[in-house]
Design a protein around this ligand. Structure first.
Ligand SMILES: Cc1cc2nc3c(=O)[nH]c(=O)nc-3n(C[C@H](O)[C@H](O)[C@H](O)COP(=O)(O)OP(=O)(O)OC[C@H]3O[C@@H](n4cnc5c(N)ncnc54)[C@H](O)[C@@H]3O)c2cc1C
Length: 465
């Protein structure tokens, strides 16, 4: 039926599937008076939560407060696809291009980081459907097969456990008429329920004595003796140090606005597949899947065998607008639904139950960057560009090293010491991002990289999700 992909989304709730869960924790109080602490963390996503946990694990006597403008885990950390990858550089190709001399170390640190997350999930008994399945990058065109071969060579040279799947081997894993080949990056990625992970980290932080306030937006930071005064609408925090994990939201340090472009990413979830429907797809090893054009899809199974399907469009709104109304974009959901049934025509008739979106913090190098302000009293970690589920723990650990004045293997790296190239101001930013999206789409259709993209390559500037 011609418009069946539209019927498939007609009854979907515009709400993140992961929040439809009876185990969502009670909300915490708003900060209504002046509190003091050693460390105030602003932002209750993974970056803020890991900062809180690692800070207390390093020094249990440190008094830590975490505040969030809304709900802990309510932003990207609770609504993402749940692909927890070891890469700290938004993939090995981006790492090779920007930090060739440090790539082997970064891949090793990334693996250690993923192992540390797994250990913490076990240590704190976090029930987040953690499955270390790895990810298959799938080729849906002949030139993508060549790219996968190149990635395979590079990953093997780094000593990684990868398996190239030719057409038959790929079909044996997951059945789709669109697949030409796949590259299974084993051991380097896990699938999680992202909201349950955020809620579990919140509980772990509280068990260590972290005081958490929700619906408490920091409105300004100022020097206060040897510390920092954090002002909120009806309260204040006097803190020795401040850690910022505010991701795509308007930054409290104005200079960060030049480095971050908030971009909206959208995804959706089907109803649970019946055993027959699942058998028609295969997918016994439950890997995360992702195709590899510029505009890519990511998809995976949930614990109850729904398919989460997302990506492709990455939408920047004029002047870096961030607002919950932008989490709804029916035209993107329609496009995603059409692509879903092209990939899995055998699932005709399956319905989507939830559709949603969220903001990611795109920067021009596609991976986290760090910095300090106010004489080292304030530090920040952001810029994950849509790949922060795993990397946010590393971002937090390094941010804490910077605040504690601790030298580590990571703090010596150019990766940590350098910043991305800033984006231009409006209206050039908006025009530049639209031109880049158009050019990337053109490249996906024709295989040709145009003058605009080649110029950006030379400048080291990029746009991704
Ligand atoms: C739809 C979608 C799918 C994604 N899929 C994946 C994926 O599969 N794998 C992957 O690796 N990454 C994915 N990502 C990206 C990933 O979710 C993020 O990189 C990661 O969650 C970032 O965590 P964070 O703590 O830095 O930010 P966030 O989770 O955004 O948290 C920032 C917090 O700061 C708070 N805040 C902001 N300003 C203030 C203020 N002034 N005062 C107080 N609080 C403030 C906000 O309320 C928010 O809770 C996806 C993102 C989206 C939106």
């Amino acid at each position: 039926m011609k418009d069946a992909y539209l019927d498939a989304i007609a009854d979907a709730d515009p709400y993140a599937y992961w929040f439809d869960d009876a185990d969502e924790p009670e909300s915490n109080p708003t900060l209504v008076r002046t509190e003091s602490c050693d460390l105030c963390i602003i932002g209750g996503g993974y970056t803020g939560l890991w900062t809180a946990i690692i800070a207390k694990e390093r020094d249990p006597s440190r008094d830590v407060i975490l505040i969030d403008a809304a709900t802990v885990g309510g932003a990207a950390s609770g609504r993402n696809g749940g692909f927890m990858e070891s890469s700290l550089t938004h993939g090995v190709a981006n790492g090779q291009e920007r930090f060739p001399n440090e790539l082997a170390t970064l891949e090793q640190l990334g693996l250690e980081n993923l192992n540390q997350i797994e250990a913490a999930i076990r240590r704190y008994g976090i029930d987040c459907d953690y499955e270390r399945t790895g990810v298959i990058d799938v080729a849906t065109s002949t030139h993508a097969v060549e790219e996968l071969r190149e990635d395979e060579r590079q990953l093997r040279a780094l000593g990684q456990d990868v398996k190239f799947l030719d057409r038959d081997a790929m079909q044996a894993e997951v059945h789709s008429p669109t697949y030409y080949a796949g590259l299974w990056r084993k051991d380097r990625a896990a699938m999680v329920d992202p909201a349950r992970l955020a809620w579990g980290l919140k509980a772990a932080a509280e068990s260590l004595g972290v005081r958490i306030f929700e619906d408490t937006k920091a409105t300004s930071l100022e020097r206060d003796g040897v510390g920092v005064l954090v002002t909120t609408p009806i309260g204040r925090v006097r803190a020795g140090r401040v850690a910022l994990g505010t991701n795509a939201y308007p930054p409290l340090l104005k200079r960060l606005k030049h480095y971050i472009a908030p971009v909206y990413d959208y995804c959706m979830v089907t109803e649970p597949l019946t055993p027959e429907q699942l058998a028609s797809v295969g997918w016994a090893n439950r890997q995360g899947l992702s195709d590899i054009p510029n505009q890519f899809h990511y998809y995976r199974l949930t614990a109850d065998n729904r398919i989460l399907w997302g990506g492709y469009d990455a939408i920047y709104f004029w002047n870096g607008w961030v607002n919950p109304v932008l989490e709804s974009r029916p035209e993107t959901w329609a496009k995603l639904s059409e692509h879903f049934f092209t990939t899995f025509p055998q699932l005709e008739g399956v319905l989507f139950t939830h559709v949603w979106g969220g903001a990611i913090d795109t920067c021009s190098r596609f991976c986290c960057f760090w910095g300090k302000s106010m004489g080292g009293r304030v530090a920040y970690a952001l810029g994950y560009t849509g790949l922060g589920v795993g990397a946010a723990r590393f971002g937090a650990e390094v941010m804490l090293d910077l605040l504690d004045g601790k030298r580590s293997k990571a703090t010596e790296l150019e990766f940590v010491r350098s910043k991305p190239i800033p984006f231009p101001p409006e209206p050039f930013r908006f025009a530049g991002i639209q031109a880049t999206r158009w050019s990337m789409n053109h490249e996906d259709r024709t295989g040709k990289r145009n003058v605009w993209l080649r110029t950006l390559d030379r400048l080291g500037l990029g746009f991704d999700s």
